[in-house]
Ligand binder design. Sequence first.
Ligand code: PLP
Length: 414
Amino acid sequence: MVPMEAGKATTSSSHIMLPPPIPHSMFSSRLPTDLEPNEFTTILQAQKAAGVRILDLTQSNPTEASFTYDFLQTGNIPGHIPGRYEPSAQGLPEARDAIRRYYQGNRHGSISAEDLFLTAGTSEAYGFLLKLLTEPGDEVLIPAPSYPLFDLLATLENVTPVRYALKLNEEGRWRIDFRSLELMISSLTRAIVVVNPNNPTGSYLTAEELVRLNELCRIHDLALIVDEVFLDYINPQDGQKPFSVITNRGALTFTLSGLSKILALPQAKLGWIHVEGPAALKEGAKARLEFIADTYLSVGSMVQQAAPALLTCQQEIQSQIMARTRANETALRSATTLPHLHREGGWYAILQLPDHITDEECCLELLERHSLIVHPGFFYDFAESNRIVVSLIVPPEEFSRGLALIQEYLESRG
Ligand SMILES: Cc1ncc(COP(=O)(O)O)c(C=O)c1O
């Protein structure tokens, strides 16, 4: 989202001070030229300034969604700054071993802690990997629809994000459109990003898709970057058997995850990269990643020391989130006038609007008329303009109130 305060004139009680003109060449072209708030943000700011109560159906910050975090209070979790600094490029061995146990305990796969690199969140992991794999001007393939942050992360590394399509199949499941993916591969392409399960479609990678991705990576010398932050959040009512790519050796594979979703602790700022693949490539990647990680040494010691105890608490928070997403999805299903797409996993629901209402006008009008926030599909690069996205971790009472407002709005539009 556009930073709300960016580009605003500063005011004092007696006069208006305009920001001094800035020569364009002062700042990098990696940054957006227009940081002004858009129409949506302007309306939202005005409503907030007027004290209007906003109902936010896009809330996906778990720490603001009325979950209980009793496990943080148990006293078993180290919370002090250690007196000694023991820098470790890959991350503390105890923390990496706890992550290894997480993969083993959840039957995601058997890995070595030696193949893990800790980062300050998953977003930083992308930065490290783009430094590892690309030259300025190179391209990475990213899925569409998907999480908008990838675009920004690539651009900030001087890399061009190129979208490949996910398409709904006859069974209503989102799958990689390999025709689109292959068309997008050029001599500048360095990596394919896959999100398993994808945000916001909730679709998991299938075994057949992984075989084809490995083949494309082999033919074109590409790396696979697989973001599995939502891996554990399977929809139990879906018949699929999702899997992690953590042990994939068919291509140089970087698997990303972190505590922001596994433990619903984005503030912990602990993510990781796991490296797997053909031996020579894997060793080459690890040596260079170690160099990058050693340059930053960005992960705080406190969270690394707390990681083993924190990771034993996975079920306490995940059971609450699973119950919440289930309850909200049930509410959505009973709102029969709100068609929505099938969900294999993740935290989001995709609602389908009647063809005569676009996502953009729907979002603006919901905000203007009902002070309700939903995400337009274009935010995630949906090809269709009649989709809106809501978070399934919103507290149930608010979620139901929001659904009722969307229904009221759609009825008013006929
Ligand atoms: C698919 C996906 N990847 C990565 C992230 C960022 O994770 P982190 O908080 O670990 O940087 C998010 C955040 O919502 C996400 O949805």
